[in-house]
Design a protein around this ligand. Structure first.
Ligand code: GLA
Length: 416
């Protein structure tokens, strides 16, 4: 009807297609809003404890990291979560409830969650779909509902759910992740679920269906550019890129490909990221990882010591123009349109009609690149903004220039 008088049973729809009478919607507006926005509408951003603290994680360092996330301007730039990784657990009490290690977390996890929430931040936690976690602490198998209720009561906002000590077959993985997803949903609190089975069971094919909001696509990142041919394990940035870049069809708001932590600022620090040949990267390489992860709409989890960042690391983690590419509300993962030994070129469509283009020099020597935007299916001239120079560098139908070894240029193209 067009007139001001509408039928009282005028219907609106939420995203799930459920019909609700208008009267009902007026009574439950918050409920409707919660339904309309998927969880993790943009890739989660924050700081994850594993690479820096491993299982020495503790409340004091986490609070300091939260303070540094705020003090450095990162919180304002979009970083929201402090993610407690493995090692926080102190076993189960006699009722079977998970408890925190009382030496590492003397005030308990609830107090830590309150600390984060009071500052506008969120708290993530870690468990595993088996009796034990990767580092040998208590896992959640058989306690899913109980643990989900515990996490909800503590005020947890995100669960990274690992898969060590679990059977290899995909059906068991799907069932175990679904059970935890259902349990989290039944807990009554919005808790984002990060699936962490590292890729062998192709979680991009079933992660969303079982209730996950993102899924790791590879084994753990190390602080290195690329795995050498004589190294048996340890994923470098390029090894992860070459898997994650092919999965763009599977990402979107509420369901992301997780390419693992950022290693910017670690500089070869001993610890998990230093294993498997992780002897450190150059700032050019750290900048490339940040750029490429943003193009792929990957979650941005810093893992360096935010309390002691040098200027180069700060500049990377705080590049708000690159962050805007990652957090673009359209939620499209960039398509890798050119890929050979020397070059990768990515194109990402953005919500306002702009396009982000990234050019990566994969080689170990300086190279010149000449890109006609028409090769990416774009026509005519664009205003070209360099997101590392923070400046418009011209209006043109292409770009030509030099790239250092392992450098990534990121441009935002706008129709003039
Ligand atoms: C696995 C995960 C890592 C980290 C460790 C903790 O290796 O992939 O990201 O959570 O477990 O033990």
């Amino acid at each position: 009807m067009n007139g001001p008088w509408r039928e009282p049973d005028f219907l609106i729809r939420d995203l799930k297609g459920m019909k609700l009478p208008l009267l009902g919607s007026l009574l439950f507006p918050a409920f409707l809003l919660a339904q309309a926005e998927p969880m993790a509408p943009t890739p989660p951003m924050g700081w994850m404890s594993w690479n820096l603290l491993a299982d020495k994680v503790n409340e004091q360092d986490l609070k300091q990291m939260a303070d540094a996330m705020i003090g450095s301007g990162m919180a304002e730039a979009g970083y929201r979560y402090i993610f407690i990784d493995d090692g926080w657990q102190g076993g189960r009490d006699r009722l079977g409830n998970l408890v925190a290690d009382s030496v590492k977390f003397p005030s308990g996890i609830k107090a830590l969650a309150d600390y984060m929430h009071d500052r506008g931040l969120k708290l993530g936690i870690y468990s595993d779909a088996a009796p034990q976690t990767c580092a040998g602490y208590a896992g959640s198998l058989g306690h899913e509902e109980q643990d989900a209720r515990t996490f909800a009561a503590w005020g947890i906002d995100y669960l990274k759910y690992d898969y060590c000590h679990a059977p290899e077959d995909v059906n068991t993985a799907k069932a175990r992740y679904k059970r935890m997803a259902d349990a989290l949903r039944a807990s009554g609190r919005d808790i984002v679920l990060g699936i962490c089975e590292w890729g062998p069971r192709k979680p991009w094919l079933w992660g969303a269906e079982v209730g996950g909001h993102l899924w790791r696509t590879t084994y753990d990142i190390r602080d290195k550019w690329r795995r050498r041919s004589d190294e048996s394990g340890g994923e470098g940035m390029i090894d992860i890129l070459d898997i994650n870049a092919t999965l763009d069809d599977y990402a979107g708001p509420g369901h992301w490909n997780d390419a693992d932590m950022l290693v910017a600022g670690l500089y070869g620090k001993p610890g998990p990221s230093g294993d498997g040949g992780g002897t450190g990267c150059t700032d050019v390489e750290y900048r490339s990882q940040f750029s490429l992860w943003a193009m792929m709409g990957a979650p941005l989890y810093a893992s360096n010591d935010l309390r002691r960042m040098n200027a180069a690391t700060r500049e990377i983690l705080l590049n708000e123009e690159v962050i805007a590419v990652d957090q673009d509300p359209l939620g499209k993962q960039a398509a890798r349109l050119l890929h050979d030994e020397l070059w990768d070129v990515f194109l990402k469509s953005l919500a306002n009609g702009d396009h982000a283009v990234a050019i990566l020099n994969r080689s170990d020597t300086e190279q010149q690149f000449d890109l006609e935007f028409s090769a990416l299916g774009l026509s005519g001239a664009y205003e070209v903004r360099d997101l590392w120079q923070h400046a418009v560098i011209g209006v043109a139908p292409g770009w030509k220039g030099m790239l250092q070894p392992h450098e990534t240029k990121v441009f935002r193209l706008k129709k003039p």
